[in-house]
Design a protein around this ligand. Structure first.
Ligand SMILES: Nc1ncnc2c1ncn2[C@@H]1O[C@H](COP(=O)(O)OP(=O)(O)OP(=O)(O)O)[C@@H](O)[C@H]1O
Ligand SMILES: [Mg+2]
Length: 413
């Protein structure tokens, strides 16, 4: 090549080397995100896209790299921004960081694979009102993945068994706006699944058939729907239950082993396995779940029971806090809530909620009850435009909702 410092052959090799590097790089960047972008996809229309283009290596390389990064970045924010989604969810759901981490990473991993072998299903166990359903809802919302939450207990109540489990597929397709491919990567949650065990369901309707049809879907099958054929292989299945009988099974298992030890509160275990306070598949199987079903659950995750500290944080810090919402709503009505004193009031709500034993659901009941009369009185006020009222609340208001004071704020001089 004229004016070139290297011979034609070396020039060609260098060109080939650059192009290969380029292709490698864009392939790696894009391949990572599994979005089937080809080299051509990231070329601009006016750009030559055959291997004969060897002009400005650097400019060309950089523009391709930048565009690859942009595509990668865009996809990343939709699918992979684990820490952002994790922090968004943990700002709402309090005290369940570990289960949130497991569920979120499982769903993200599932969304990245096209190999059904790498897809995992999850079993969630935990007492009522601890955030199991809310967590899934929040995660699915953040990830923008279609999901369907089914109440398993209705399958017997409504008298249809078996086929109705598959109705969830139709709902999932609808959730995905009719896009079957998107729905095939969605989430189906069977809540109250413990009502489907031999121990849980006393309705006399065969519960095994519900577990059987679940099993069929979990294994991966094709289901003909009115929108077309649906394959369940990549759907994330989440089974949820309070599973009291399973807790008892775990206690039995641990209790038996826990007795070996010195003193009353210092326990010693024979080996690690015996000391495992986590749920193990046998706990579920012994409490009435089919072993084939449990065998298809890759992770059994427990939700923590609400304690006082958690309850306080749910009231004070959760973005879903009903207590803070009430205060904000009243503010919108020109009523300033003055709490005397906030810490004590919050603690009182938390204590009362623990007594009710319905998890965070109790917080909602208490707060709604507490503000019921205040709200009604505020709506009855004959307020002139611009007038601001003050509502004084104290610890007693928590247990007696008539103990509050509502008065007009004096004009500041
Ligand atoms: N850990 C938590 N942090 C914040 N809010 C919570 C938490 N747990 C529950 N809540 C609130 O309580 C309500 C009930 O929670 P959720 O429906 O998730 O309970 P659940 O565990 O599914 O109970 P169940 O077993 O009865 O179905 C939700 O609306 C949610 O806002
Ligand atoms: Mg629930």
């Amino acid at each position: 090549m004229e004016g070139s410092l290297i011979c034609d052959e070396c020039e060609k090799k260098l060109q080939a080397y650059h192009l290969d590097k380029l292709l490698d790089l864009s392939d790696t960047l894009i391949g990572m995100y599994e979005d089937n972008y080809s080299f051509e996809d990231i070329m601009e229309d006016n750009e030559p896209n055959d291997k004969s283009y060897f002009g400005d290596y650097n400019g060309y390389t950089n523009s391709i790299i930048n565009r690859s990064k942009q595509i990668a970045q865009k996809n990343k924010s939709q699918v992979f921004d684990f820490s952002k989604i994790y922090s968004n969810v943990t700002r709402k759901i309090i005290g369940q960081d570990e289960p949130i981490k497991v569920i979120l990473s499982t769903i993200i991993r599932n969304s990245m694979t096209s190999n059904p072998q790498f897809k995992s299903n999850i079993f969630l166990i935990g007492g009522t009102g601890n955030g199991k359903s809310e967590t899934i809802k929040q995660i699915a919302k953040e990830l923008q993945i279609p999901y369907v939450l089914e109440d398993s207990s209705k399958y017997t109540q409504e008298g249809y068994v078996g086929d109705s489990v598959e109705n969830s597929i139709v709902k999932l397709i609808n959730q995905a706006g009719g896009d079957i491919q998107r729905a095939e990567r969605g989430i189906i949650i069977f809540d109250e699944i413990d009502k489907k065990t031999d121990n849980g369901d006393r309705s006399g309707v065969s519960t095994t058939s519900v577990q059987d049809s679940l099993l069929k879907m979990l294994e991966g099958c094709n289901i003909m729907t009115n929108k077309g054929m649906f394959n369940t292989e990549l759907v994330t299945f989440i089974l949820i239950g309070a599973c009291e009988a399973t807790y008892k099974e775990r206690e039995k298992r641990l209790g038996k082993d826990k007795k070996i030890g010195f003193g009353n509160d210092k326990k010693e275990f024979k080996n690690k396995e015996e000391a495992n306070p986590n749920f193990i598949p046998e706990d579920l199987i012994n409490s009435g779940f089919k072993s084939e079903l449990i065998g298809r659950m890759d992770s059994i995750q427990e939700f923590n029971a609400m304690n006082l500290d958690m309850a306080i944080k749910i009231i004070e810090n959760s973005e879903l806090s009903i207590f803070n919402s009430y205060i904000d709503e009243l503010k919108k009505l020109n009523v300033k809530v003055v709490l005397n004193n906030r810490e004590k009031i919050v603690e009182e709500i938390a204590k009362r909620a623990i007594e009710l034993k319905t998890g965070a659901r109790a917080i909602r009941q208490i707060v709604v009850e507490m503000f019921k009369k205040i709200y009604a009185d505020v709506l009855l006020l004959d307020k002139k435009p611009g007038e601001v009222y003050i509502c004084y609340i104290n610890v007693e208001t928590v247990r007696d909702n008539s103990k509050f004071e509502l008065c007009k704020r004096k004009k500041q001089v």
